[in-house]
Design a protein around this ligand. Structure first.
Ligand code: HEC
Length: 247
């Protein structure tokens, strides 16, 4: 671009002797052949499209070179996508109407750079899955001594033996203060919360009331957390969901 004379008559966003390149780009956004059409106009000259002044022919320029320029011109009008985009860093608060029953929120980010006269814009996409902090009985895995049952339309896990356990995988315990059990009955059972395996580090131990605190785990790694239930008098626990509670 710099080697050619375009900039003596064109500016990117303001009208000069010739039309602003952004305006040209917007005018032809819906035309799939715009790059070729405009390249042809540049090489052979143009008149009567934008006003009284004609554009001289650029017959000495190579077609491939001109096409690179018109390709770049066509990216300038694609402002919609850019205007709607989010800053490169910041916070996102998911809408309140997000379905709480869905236990995973997928966050997908796409970044497109502006490109140059010689390079088309490049796009890259990444996605992360964020789990809900409330884990329904239907999503609880690795059951031992527990069975999945239905109680008034909702799935629960019920302890059917004297002792039992289950685990939750891929949990980042940074800033996690404890777990809350949503019980369908009242029980005298105790629960032990252990790190990474059934005999792993004891994080917390308490009567199976609603909230069970754990001591802090740092390091930002993902862990499997085991919940171990030991024989006690009275009813065996029936659990509707487990909530991971943060500090
Ligand atoms: C001497 C001034 C001048 C120069 C140099 C010039 N242009 Fe233009 N250009 C114009 C004018 C005036 C128009 C409007 C022509 C018309 O109304 O059809 C125009 C129109 C255009 C258009 C739109 C054509 C259409 O059909 O809508 C494009 C694209 C364009 N120029 C690209 C370029 C490029 C790329 C260069 C450099 C290689 C260049 N121009 C150099 C004056 C110039």
């Amino acid at each position: 671009m710099l080697k050619s004379d375009c900039s003596t008559c064109h500016k990117i966003s303001t009208t000069s002797i010739g039309p602003a390149f952004e305006k040209v780009s917007i005018k032809y956004q819906s035309d799939p052949k715009a790059v070729d059409y405009l390249a042809n106009k540049v090489i052979n000259g143009s008149s009567g499209v934008w006003g009284e002044i004609p554009m001289p022919a650029h017959s000495a320029m190579k077609e491939a070179e001109v096409k690179k320029i018109t390709e770049w011109i066509m990216t300038l009008g694609n402002k919609d996508a850019v205007a709607k985009s989010l800053p490169a860093s910041g916070k996102i608060t998911p809408a309140n109407n997000v379905d709480k029953k869905k236990s995973v929120l997928t966050l997908k980010a796409t970044y497109t750079d502006a490109g140059t006269a010689k390079l088309k814009p490049l796009t890259t996409t990444n996605a992360v899955n964020l789990k809900s902090n409330e884990i329904d009985a239907s999503d609880i895995k690795n059951l031992k001594g527990f069975e999945k049952k239905e109680v008034s339309g909702a799935e629960v896990i019920a302890l059917t033996e004297n002792n039992g356990s289950f685990s939750l995988s891929n949990i980042d315990l940074t800033n996690i203060s404890g777990f809350k059990f949503n019980l369908a009955n009242s029980t005298n059972y105790e629960v032990e919360i252990r790190l990474d395996n059934l005999e792993g580090e004891l994080l917390g131990k308490s009567a199976l009331k609603s909230d069970v605190a754990i001591h802090p785990v740092s390091g930002g790694k993902f862990h499997r957390v085991y919940f171990v239930f030991k024989e006690a008098s009275g009813e065996r626990p029936i659990i509707k969901s487990v909530t991971v509670e943060s500090l």
